[in-house]
Design a protein around this ligand. Structure first.
Ligand SMILES: Nc1ncnc2c1ncn2[C@@H]1O[C@H](COP(=O)(O)OP(=O)(O)O)[C@@H](O)[C@H]1O
Ligand SMILES: [Mg+2]
Length: 229
């Protein structure tokens, strides 16, 4: 597969090894604007490595990744980090909120880092917290909220810069099924409302069910899976 026409982010023939461990062995990927793609597969199959390569966090040993038609390998570190700050949003298994900051300060942080005033950043942050139904937690610190609430705060923080791609690595992995469903409903609704594409890494079928399309990774290789409805 080469990079499909119209794709926002695409990868072809990705290889990545950590010493003797082959994490990616020819993986390919593509996503269109606004599409939600689930990356499935057993633990250790290379899902997180694929996500980190797509997000420009890890450099593959070989293969190509394009974002909006531009080859990532030709970008400077500064260009890649600007991409991560302004075009990409991230949610991980454990929210990774800054414990010393309140929830609204956490959500406002990416805007503050991009130079927004505190007032403007927190105003925008609050609109996202309302959408994720956590605005009542604005003054609380991450240690004072539940796991599901913390993940919804993390989703608000990931979307506050209006990214084109939301990368979510096992975003409900630490939650019970009810809270997981709530996070996934709000995450996919919010992403769809802004036409953000979502790269959703999960090993749970009920989480993957929120996607438009599924890709299965096995031993570092990926293939498309026709959705069985
Ligand atoms: N930073 C690293 N150093 C060494 N080995 C790694 C590193 N990251 C991943 N691996 C290995 O690469 C393989 C794929 O890992 P990963 O992409 O995390 O899989 P998954 O997310 O599907 O569980 C595993 O064997 C893992 O141990
Ligand atoms: Mg992983």
């Amino acid at each position: 597969m080469t990079h499909p026409a119209g794709s926002l982010l695409a990868a072809d023939k990705l290889h990545k090894a950590y010493g003797p461990t082959v994490a990616l062995d020819g993986a390919e990927f593509s996503i269109h604007p606004g599409e939600v793609v689930a990356v499935m597969g057993p633990s250790g199959s290379g899902k997180s490595t694929l996500l980190h390569c797509l997000a420009g966090i890890v450099t593959p040993d070989s293969g190509s990744i394009t974002y909006q038609g531009r080859e990532m390998a030709t970008m400077s570190d500064a260009q890649r980090s600007r991409l991560r700050r302004s075009e990409f949003g991230f949610v991980f298994q454990f929210g990774q909120l800054v414990p010393e900051l309140t929830c609204v300060e956490n959500v406002a942080l990416p805007l503050r880092l991009n130079g927004a005033s505190r007032k403007a950043a927190e105003r925008t942050a609050l609109t996202w917290m309302e959408r994720l139904e956590v605005d009542d937690l604005r003054k609380k610190r991450p240690g004072e909220v539940s796991g599901g609430q913390g993940q919804r705060v993390a989703v608000a923080r990931a979307l506050v810069t209006d990214p084109r791609v939301l990368f979510a690595d096992e975003p409900t992995g630490a939650l019970d099924s009810l809270n997981g469903e709530r996070v996934m409903n709000l995450l996919t609704d919010a992403a769809r409302s802004t036409n953000a594409a979502v790269v959703l890494v999960t090993h749970e079928a009920r989480v993957a069910a929120y996607s438009d399309r599924e890709i299965v990774v096995r031993d570092g290789r990926s293939r498309d899976m026709e959705r069985v409805v």
